[in-house]
Design a protein around this ligand. Structure first.
Ligand code: LIP
Length: 270
């Protein structure tokens, strides 16, 4: 924590994130009809729209107007340093391909870190009318209602959400891993947004989620919602979530899924 800034109140950071995510979600929702590709990033299918950039610009301007000394890491605008010890981690539109195709499952994700620990989060899913929020140690809510994830189920009964990367070579390996996983679980769902997938675990839309190739802006805010709803959100070998792999489930199912994924090389590109 900065020596010149008092430790900010986690609830105040949550409230700011909720308010900005709601405004940004309204902006993005208004701009979805007829949206087109503005540019591509890591691959020809890793698209960005003008609303990705406009939404992040709005989020940055609102956060810095309220807290000018904070740092911000955003998917589109990169890393902007600060002096307060608070860093915002922002995905302006998570599920950009869904957004581009006029589908409802995309989200605005805003997380607040203090000294590298996520302490407050907001995930706004306009297409579903869902506003998620969480405070570290303070629980998670959906539209103001306290969230508690359903109990674990055995691996063979688990509905598992997952996703695929933007590089064909990675997707081929991910499909090979999935071809093994699918024999041991109920079924899979591929929704196209890590934020919608992770928050969906907290409301029982799936029992577990795993994916390789995400970034901090994909998992930080929805990961806190999921963990505050009673789920474990981790990475390879029991470590923290990482670009190598994110796994989320109730602890006993998390362990069973991690044990299945590890020998399959789910945290590698084959
Ligand atoms: C998306 C993730 C999703 C993944 C997609 C994409 P984006 O993020 O939320 O889980 O499967 O390939 O990475 O690019 O829409 O912000």
């Amino acid at each position: 924590m900065s020596t010149t800034h008092a430790a900010p109140d986690r609830e105040n950071l949550r409230d700011l994130a909720v308010s900005v995510a709601a405004e940004a979600g309204e902006l993005a929702a208004r701009g979805q009809a007829g949206i087109t590709v503005l540019d591509t990033k890591s691959s020809p299918t890793d698209v960005v729209t003008e609303m990705d950039r406009a939404t992040e610009d709005l989020v940055r301007s609102r956060l810095l107007a309220a807290r000018p000394d904070d740092a911000i890491l955003g998917e589109e605008g990169g890393d902007e340093g600060g002096t307060s010890g608070v860093r915002w981690v922002v995905d302006p539109i998570d599920g950009t391909v869904n957004y581009l195709y006029g589908q409802p499952d995309w989200a605005v994700s805003i997380a607040a870190e203090i000294d590298g620990v996520v302490v407050a989060a907001a995930v706004n899913v306009p297409g579903r009318g869902e506003a998620y929020e969480a405070v570290l140690g303070g629980g998670a809510r959906l539209n103001g209602r306290v969230l508690e994830a359903p109990p674990a189920v055995p691996l063979e009964q688990a509905l598992v959400a997952t996703g695929f990367g933007y590089f064909p070579e990675r997707r081929v390996h991910q499909a090979r891993v999935l071809s093994e996983v699918i024999a041991h679980i109920r079924d899979i769902r591929r929704g196209g947004s890590a934020a919608v997938d992770l928050t969906g675990l907290a409301v029982g839309r799936a029992n577990a989620y795993y994916e390789r190739g995400l970034h901090a802006w994909d998992w930080s805010a929805p990961g806190l919602v999921a963990s505050e709803a009673g789920l474990r959100v981790g990475g390879p070998g029991g470590g923290p979530p990482s670009e190598d792999l994110v796994i989320a489930a109730r602890p006993e199912l998390h362990d069973a899924l991690e044990a299945l994924l590890r020998p399959l090389g789910a945290d590698t590109d084959g």
